[in-house]
Design a protein around this ligand. Structure first.
Ligand SMILES: NC(=O)C1=CN([C@@H]2O[C@H](COP(=O)(O)OP(=O)(O)OC[C@H]3O[C@@H](n4cnc5c(N)ncnc54)[C@H](O)[C@@H]3O)[C@@H](O)[C@H]2O)C=CC1
Ligand SMILES: O=C(O)/C=C/C=C(\O)C(=O)O
Length: 484
């Protein structure tokens, strides 16, 4: 049986306290995960602090960048191992992990290594009161030991999205992968040793949130900043922990994202786009679309077309050729999603398609598969329209005017992402500016440029990462003023 060990100070460490990792596609146990306790967290923090004072802390930015390029190259060299580990943990389609998760895992190191090497800091010259001259310039230094708390939906991609810039800026990191997805973070420890990243720079502690590694990391006074992706309620708990010591947080939290389709949109592209944004990764993407608003003249045609697309998705395990929809991550998450499927019916939804569990052959009958599901006819107050479900489902409602679409899209506590479909540039600009979100895609979805700001408004997050915005979080900026 595979053992997922902690990675502390360059060594793989067993703890004797283990929990099971099960495969989402058939619910079989595939590994034992070694849970870290307070002692392991203390050891990792001490090693992280020592690394800041050692070779890593003294290393030039050019050498750091070379090492991070080597990390990316090593991930690519071991691409198949990372792919297999991610597929085993998540059950997602092979095509998805091989085109998005693993390549982005490598790219996150290269992009931020290059940004840190090339982005200047500000400098000003001023006249002093006595007519002399002074110059000031900004210098960046690492924040320190960063706690990186990760979710299970895009495990390697989201973890390296934080670890890449944190290390590029000269910090050390302690990663707590989700209890559901321990594999790729652990494998990355082997990569760090292989390319010569000093001990204590990248560390991995396994476990849960409250009363376990997650809470112990976020409460530890030796952690200088916390970056987290996950549920909004968890963000609130982490923020409370970070208040002690006034430590900075960077949060990318939940969403209840709208898709807005205008009657003038390229119909086929809009249907294909919403199919992806509602069902990709079995709906387990924080940027996904769970509320779709379609302009009335094309409403019926759009509902029928999305139904056809949903029903054509092949449901199955990662390795099934042409599979479009994998399982949900866990039995617990399946119960949550099916709970919303039941609530939708209780609240009077018309079930356009899905709403249940597909018939799966053999061992896959034990897996966490659910049907892609579309509803219409619910009031905007219904729980499935207000709350993040994180499953392969969406509600579609008609709208008449641009103002109405904007009001509907904004009527949520969340503010992460929107996708707008129109061929009118004026409409696109107006709507994009009026929507209260951190990310607005027009005629696209999940199109990423890693140099741009990424994050959520309202209850969907605090701060932005990406490009130079990541440097703002992962460094302290010092102003140095010199009287000439
Ligand atoms: N990217 C997103 O927006 C994500 C949203 N979700 C949503 O969250 C729901 C619950 O999924 P979970 O995996 O339980 O998400 P979660 O937000 O509870 O967990 C994410 C990470 O935070 C850790 N964690 C939990 N409580 C903590 C605490 N008090 N202190 C420190 N670390 C803590 C977990 O161990 C995990 O590593 C899902 O059903 C889904 O709706 C889940 C994953 C990602
Ligand atoms: O950084 C990205 O490209 C994707 C981010 C996606 C999430 O944060 C999520 O689904 O949780």
């Amino acid at each position: 049986m595979k053992q997922f060990l902690n990675f502390i100070n360059g060594e793989f460490v067993a703890t004797g306290r283990t929990f099971e990792k099960r495969a989402p596609a058939n619910n079989q146990v595939i590994g034992q995960v070694h849970e870290a306790g307070q002692a392991e967290v203390d050891a990792a923090v001490a090693a992280g602090r020592a690394a800041l004072k050692g070779e890593w802390g003294r290393m030039s930015v050019v050498r750091r960048a070379e090492l991070l390029h080597a990390v990316a190259d090593e991930i690519n060299r071991r691409f198949d191992e990372f792919l297999a580990a991610e597929l085993a943990d998540t059950g997602k389609p092979h095509s998805l992990a091989s085109h998005i998760d693993i390549p982005r895992g490598a790219a996150n190191f290269k992009v931020f290594a290059d940004i840190v090497k090339n982005v200047p800091t500000e400098s000003f010259q001023m006249t002093t009161p006595d007519g002399g001259t002074a110059i000031s310039y900004a210098a960046r230094s690492p924040l320190g030991v960063i706690g990186v708390i990760c979710p299970w939906n895009l495990p390697l991609l989201l973890m390296t999205w934080k670890v890449g810039p944190a290390l590029a800026c000269g910090n050390t990191v302690i990663v707590k992968p989700s209890e559901e997805t321990p594999a790729t973070a652990t494998l990355l420890g082997e990569v760090m040793n292989a390319v010569g990243i000093p001990k204590g720079v990248y560390q991995v502690l396994h476990g849960f949130g409250p009363g376990s590694a997650g809470e112990f990391i976020t409460r530890h006074p030796g952690i200088n900043g916390i970056t987290f992706t996950g549920e909004t309620r968890t963000g609130e708990a982490i923020m409370a922990a970070a208040a002690k010591g006034v430590r900075p947080v960077s949060f990318e939290l939940g969403g209840k994202n709208a898709g807005i389709v205008f009657a003038d949109a390229d119909f086929d592209k809009a249907v294909a786009g919403i199919t992806r944004s509602a069902f990709e990764n079995c709906g387990q993407v924080c940027l996904g679309t769970e509320r779709v608003y379609v302009q009335r003249p094309i409403f019926e045609k759009f509902v029928q077309a999305l139904k056809d697309k949903a029903e054509s998705l092949k449901i199955g395990p990662s390795e099934l050729p042409g599979v479009g929809l994998g399982p949900l991550i866990s039995a617990e998450h399946k119960a949550k999603v099916l709970g919303y499927y039941a609530q939708a019916v209780e609240q009077g939804a018309t079930v356009v398609t899905g709403g249940g569990v597909p018939d799966m052959p053999g061992e896959y009958a034990q897996g966490h598969f659910v049907q892609p599901t579309i509803w219409t006819g619910l009031p905007e107050t219904a729980s499935v329209i207000r709350e993040e479900i994180f499953g392969p489902c969406c509600h579609i409602a008609p709208f008449d005017t641009e103002e109405e679409a904007i009001a509907l899209a904004n009527a949520t506590d969340y503010g992460l992402a929107t996708t707008v479909w129109t061929q009118n540039l004026g409409t696109a600009h107006r709507v994009a500016n009026a929507i209260e979100v951190g990310l607005c895609w027009v005629n696209s979805w999940f199109l990423r440029d890693l140099r741009t700001a990424f994050g959520g408004a309202k209850a969907s997050g605090i701060g932005r990462e990406g490009g130079v915005h990541s440097l703002e979080f992962y460094t302290e900026t010092k102003n140095i003023m010199i009287r000439l």
